[in-house]
Write a protein that binds this ligand. Structure first.
Ligand code: FAD
Length: 393
C-alpha cells in the first residue's frame, strides 16, 4: 500500500470505529425491538461512509472492496444488522460504479449517492422465485420513455428507509425468466405495500419486510447492461465478499469475547491454564481460515476486475461461490465453540460475554441465497470446469 492509500485506509477505519461505537450502544434495542438502526445509519451518513466506493472523480473516495469489507467487519463486531445494511448498500452501489458509467443518468445518480449520502436498497427476491436471483417473473414495461414495474418483492431490507431501490425484472413482457434488467427507482417514484413482516430469529434490525412494489420512472433509469452481466461480473462477487465481511465480524466478536473470558479466568487462577483455553485455540484457528478465505477472495476479485475475461470465467464464479459457502458455514462452529468457552455467561443475555445475538445473526448466513442453491450452481459448473489446484492464485 502506498502512503496515501495507508492514510485513507486508516481514516476509513477510524470513521467506521466511530460508527461502530454508536451502533454498539443501540444494538440490543435494535435487536429486541426489530427496529431500523437509525442512529448507526445516521452515523454512517455523518462520517460520509455511504459514498466511499464512488471514484474520486465522481465525488467519492474510490475505496476498494478490501477496505469496504474491513469496514463491514468492524461494524458487525458492534451490530451485525447495521453492518449488513452497510454491506447491502455497497453491493448495490457497486453495480453503479462498475456498470453505470455508460449511462449519463446512472453516472449522475452515482454522484448524488456520494454527495447526498443516499441509502440504496435491493429487490431481487420475488414471490414464486425465492432466492433464484437470475430469474424473474415480473416484467418491466417501457413505453414512450417511461418504465413501469410491479413486483411481489418478498424481502426488501430497510425498504421503508431506503432513498432508492435497485430492482430486477424480466426485460419485457415476452422475455424469458433469465432475460433480466435492473432498474433504479427513487423513493418518490414507487409505492410499497407491506405483505410480510420481518419478525425473525436474527438480523432483526435489517427490517427486511416483504412488499408489493409499484414503480414508474423515466426509462433511462434502466441499466443498459443486461442483469446477467451485472450479476456475473460484479454483483455476485460483491455480495459474497461483503456479506462474508459482515459474517467474519460476527465470528471475530465471538472469539474476542471468549478470549476475554479465558483471560479473566486465567487472572483468577494464576499459574493454571483455564480449561476452555484449548477451545479458544481451536476457534482462533477456524477464524484464521475464514479470514484467509475472504482475503484470498478479495484479492481474486480485485485482480479479476482488471481482466473482463477472468471476471466472466467459471473459475471466478466457482471461487466466489466457495467464499460464500465457507464463511457462512464456518462461522457457526466458531460461535458454538465460543459458547462452550463462555458457558452460561455466553448463553445469558446482558453479560459482557453474551453470544445469543451473534449466534442468531449468524444463522441467516446460510439462507441468504440458500447454500443449497449455490452448491447446486457450483456443481453444474464443476461438470465442465476443471478444478483449480494451483497455489499461485
Ligand atoms: C438478512 C437478510 C436480508 C435480506 N435482504 C434482502 C433484500 O434486501 N432484497 C432481496 O431481494 N432479498 C433479500 N434477502 C433474501 C435472500 O437474499 C434470499 O433470496 C432469500 O433469503 C431466499 O429465500 P428462501 O429461503 O425462501 O428461498 P429459496 O431460494 O426458494 O430457498 C428455499 C429452500 O429451498 C431449497 N432450494 C431452492 N432452490 C434450490 C436449488 N436450486 N437447489 C437446491 N435447493 C434449493 C433450499 O433448501 C432452500 O433453503 C435477505 C435475506 C436475509 C437473510
Amino acid at each position: 500500500m502506498n502512503v496515501m492509500a495507508e492514510v485513507r485506509a486508516e481514516s476509513l477505519v477510524s470513521r467506521a470505529q466511530r460508527v461502530a461505537a454508536v451502533a454498539a450502544q443501540h444494538a440490543e434495542a435494535v435487536d429486541r425491538e426489530g427496529r431500523f438502526p437509525r442512529e448507526a445509519v445516521d452515523a454512517m451518513i455523518a462520517e460520509r461512509l455511504l459514498g466511499i466506493q464512488v471514484p474520486a472523480v465522481h465525488g467519492g473516495e474510490g475505496a476498494t472492496f478490501s477496505e469496504i469489507a474491513e469496514l463491514c467487519s468492524i461494524l458487525s463486531q458492534a451490530c451485525a444488522s447495521s453492518s449488513m445494511i452497510f454491506a447491502m448498500h455497497h453491493i448495490k452501489l457497486s453495480s453503479l460504479v462498475e456498470h453505470g458509467l455508460e449511462s449519463a443518468w446512472l453516472t449522475a445518480f452515482m454522484q448524488r449517492v456520494a454527495s447526498e449520502q443516499l441509502l440504496l436498497g435491493s429487490a431481487t427476491t420475488e414471490g414464486g422465485i425465492g432466492g433464484n436471483l437470475r430469474n424473474s417473473i415480473c416484467a418491466i414495461e417501457i413505453e414512450n420513455g417511461v418504465c413501469r414495474l410491479e413486483k411481489d418483492a418478498t424481502v426488501i431490507s430497510y425498504g421503508d428507509y431506503a432513498d432508492a431501490i435497485l430492482i430486477t425484472s424480466r426485460a419485457h413482457k415476452d422475455a424469458a425468466p433469465s432475460d433480466q434488467v435492473m432498474t433504479v427507482f427513487l423513493k418518490d417514484q414507487y409505492t410499497l405495500e407491506r405483505t410480510h413482516v420481518w419478525d425473525t430469529l436474527g438480523m432483526r434490525g435489517t427490517c427486511s419486510d416483504g412488499f408489493l412494489f409499484k414503480g414508474e420512472a423515466p426509462a433511462e433509469q434502466v441499466f443498459p447492461k443486461p442483469f446477467a452481466e451485472i450479476a456475473a461480473q460484479s454483483m455476485l462477487a460483491a455480495s459474497h465478499l461483503l456479506w462474508s465481511g459482515v459474517w467474519y465480524g460476527i465470528a471475530a466478536d465471538a472469539v474476542i469475547k471468549s478470549q476475554n473470558f479465558i483471560r479473566a479466568a486465567a487472572r483468577k487462577s494464576p499459574g493454571q491454564t483455564p480449561p476452555g483455553a484449548i477451545h479458544l485455540a481451536n476457534i482462533a484457528n477456524q477464524l484464521q481460515m475464514v479470514k484467509s478465505n475472504i482475503v484470498a477472495g478479495l484479492k481474486t476479485y480485485e485482480d479479476a476486475k482488471r481482466d473482463e475475461e477472468k471476471l466472466s470465467s467459471m473459475a471466478f464464479a466457482v471461487a466466489m461461490n466457495n467464499i460464500k459457502i465457507c464463511s457462512s458455514e464456518m462461522i457457526l462452529p466458531i460461535i458454538n465453540g465460543a459458547m462452550l468457552i463462555c458457558g452460561i455467561m455466553g448463553y445469558k443475555n446482558g453479560t459482557p460475554f453474551s453470544l445469543g445475538r451473534n449466534l442468531r445473526d449468524a444463522h441467516s448466513a446460510q439462507l441468504m441465497i440458500s447454500n443449497d442453491r449455490i452448491l447446486g450452481n457450483t456443481s453444474s459448473m464443476l461438470l465442465v470446469h476443471r478444478q483449480d489446484t494451483s497455489l499461485l492464485g
